[in-house]
Every structure is written in C-alpha cells, then in structure tokens.
Design a protein around this ligand. Structure first.
Ligand code: RAM
Length: 347
C-alpha cells in the first residue's frame, strides 16, 4: 500500500515539474492540419487556489495523452455566479466536455442540464447532491471516510477530550458540507464522548476571511483545543493563525490540506497531522472520464467501465437512489513530520 502511494507520488512529482499551470486555455498539442480537436474544460471554484493548480496539472497531463484541447476556468472569487457565467460561455464555445467542482451545486443545475441536452459530457466532482446535473460524479474517496478520518486525527491530537470547532469553506459548498455531516456521524461514537463540537464557521475558501474566522474562534472559545478545517484554504489559514497568536500546543489544527502549503506548520507543530488524496491524480481521472463520455464510449451509468491511462481500469459504481453513478479515485493519505518532506514538493 505504502509502496503504491509513494510510486504514485513520485510519478506525480515528475509530472509536476513538467506541467506548468495557466488560467485560460492550455496550449493545444495537435499538429497543423489535424481535424478539429476535442475540447475539455475544467471549471474550479476559483483561480489562485494551489489545490486546483495541482488538479489542473493532472488534468493537463491526461489531456496531452488523449491529444485533446484543455481549457482551465474559474472565477476570481469562489462564487456561484462566477461559475454559472463561465459554464454558459463554455456552452457558447461548444466545448465537448465540462468537469466542475461547484461553489453551489444547486446554482449550476440549469446550465449543466442545458449542456447535457446539447450532447456535452458533464462530470461533477465532489458535488454530489444534484445527480441530474451531471453524467457521473468523481469522488476522491468515500465521503464517510474523509469525514471520519478528520475527527480521528483531531481526537488523537487532543487526547479524545475538549472543545473543538470546524472552519469550513462556504456554506453552499457541498463537498465540505458532506464531509462535515460525516464528521458529526463519527462523533456519535462513544470514544468521542468527551469531545465537544462548539461551532462551525465559514471562511468561504478565501484566505483572509478564513484567517479572521480562526481568530474569531480563539476569542469566542477561550478553552478551545482544536480546529478541523476540511478545506486546504481554511487549514493553511488556521495553522497560520495558531502560529501568529502563539497558540501552538494549546490549539491543535487538522483537516484537509496540501503538503506544500502546510510543511511549515508541520515543522513548527501548529498542524502536526492532516489528510488529503492526490489532487494531481484527481484531475487526471476527471479528464479521462470526461473524455470517455464525450466520445460516447460510456454514458456514466453504474457498471460502465473505462481505462484511465496510468491510473488503470475503473468501474462506475452505483450511487444509492439515483440512476447515474459515482467513481472513487482511491486513497486518502495522512501527512506528518515523517513524510512531509517527501510530499511537499509534489503537491
Ligand atoms: C479546497 C477546496 C476543494 C477541496 C480542498 C480539500 O481547496 O475547497 O474543493 O477539495 O480544499
């Protein structure tokens, strides 16, 4: 298992060196005189978040392998309106496929349905609550596992005792909301009887707002022992706030984050352990499945099978109660002082 993770990360590191990232259309890799290329668009919550830069690296890598044109779009700020506008403009450009992670899944239902009616492949990633707004959904790992893991890490950090808070992204963001729902489920277990969730606050995936929300928690809850932040933006902000306010050891911070952003805080003890999947692989998988649907090789129904390049073979799974399916990327990793130096140069 460990060997597989390291191999995948080393490969990702090499690819990270090869691939830059840009805000707009990525250079087409085709030869002059070739037929019109398939065009696939990756739509993220906002531009400027290093997590999405990592997803984009894997996306571009797969697009190059598939010889398709890659488009990368996201609003300046992580707002629903910005994403709707972008998706409408992609429809007008008649792209062949769109993969999105929604700032508000409800807000993109109409434009996604319109895209599908026009024969465009639509893949929603970590945006599972509106199944009719995509052909298939890709998830890093089961949401229940992601939620439970963060509570388990927090419990270990604070000795299964004390008050803690959650610093999330935006209240409309379905991925964070789902993970928080599963955190609350995990907390019902007797092992956590002495831990108390005192607040859930929202930094909107904006650095300064997240930082200020963390400061607000320090003030409102003087006995606070921990913060879980299930967003890379929030986690880096919370770790920075704990460091700046000299609360290392008093308030423990964990959640989901990028080794490249958190290495400093693993080093100073503000965020000793945290989790994440491989965002480069997630982008790579998204491009493959979007391409397979755009090319009508599969429809996205449970049971459909496809090859995703270096990631291998995938079978689309059944999502309870809905017709279209779900794809799980693979593994959830834990990062700490033992492995952070290896991973911090990867993503
Ligand atoms: C932030 C975003 C993203 C989430 C990661 C963990 O960068 O909210 O959607 O998956 O954190």
């Amino acid at each position: 298992m460990k060997k597989k993770i390291i191999t995948s990360l080393i490969l990702a590191a090499c690819l990270a060196v090869l691939g830059g990232c840009s805000k707009g259309d990525d250079a087409a890799a085709g030869k002059p005189g070739e037929d019109k290329k398939v065009r696939l668009a990756l739509v993220v919550k906002n531009i400027g978040n290093p997590f999405f830069d990592a997803v984009h690296k894997g996306w571009k890598e797969a697009c190059a392998e598939l010889n398709v044109e890659s488009i990368y779009r996201g609003p300046e700020q992580p707002t629903p309106e910005g994403q709707i506008e972008i998706m409408e403009s992609l429809l007008a450009q008649r792209v062949d496929g769109i993969t999105y992670v929604a700032n508000d899944p409800q807000s993109v239902v109409n434009v996604s349905k319109k895209a599908m009616r026009r024969g465009i492949a639509v893949v929603g990633w970590e945006s599972g609550i509106v199944p009719e707004s995509r052909h298939v959904s890709t998830e890093p790992v089961a949401a229940s596992r992601i939620g439970a893991e963060q509570v388990q890490i927090m419990a270990e950090l604070i000795g299964f005792k004390g008050e803690f808070a959650i610093l999330s992204a935006a209240a409309t963001m379905d991925n964070q909301n789902t993970w928080i729902r599963y955190m609350k489920e995990e907390l019902k277990k007797p092992a956590y009887a002495d831990m108390k969730l005192v607040a859930v606050v929202y930094g909107d995936d904006v650095r300064e707002k997240s930082y200020n929300e963390a400061l607000g928690l320090f003030k409102s809850y003087p006995g606070l022992r921990g913060i879980i932040s299930p967003t890379s933006v929030g986690l880096a902000a919370a770790a920075r706030a704990v460091s700046d306010q000299k609360k290392i050891g008093q308030i423990e911070v964990t959640g989901l984050g990028l080794p490249s952003e958190l290495a400093e805080y693993v080093g100073n003890g503000a965020c000793k352990t945290f989790g994440l999947w491989n965002p480069i692989d997630l982008g790579y998988l998204n491009a493959y499945v979007t391409y397979r649907i755009a090319q009508k090789e599969i429809t996205g129904k449970p049971g459909d099978e496809f090859d995703a390049g270096r990631l291998g073979h995938y079978v689309i799974e059944k999502q309870e109660g809905v017709e279209n399916g779900l794809i799980y990327l693979g593994s959830l990793f834990r990062f700490d002082k033992e492995n952070i130096d290896t991973y911090k140069t990867v993503f």
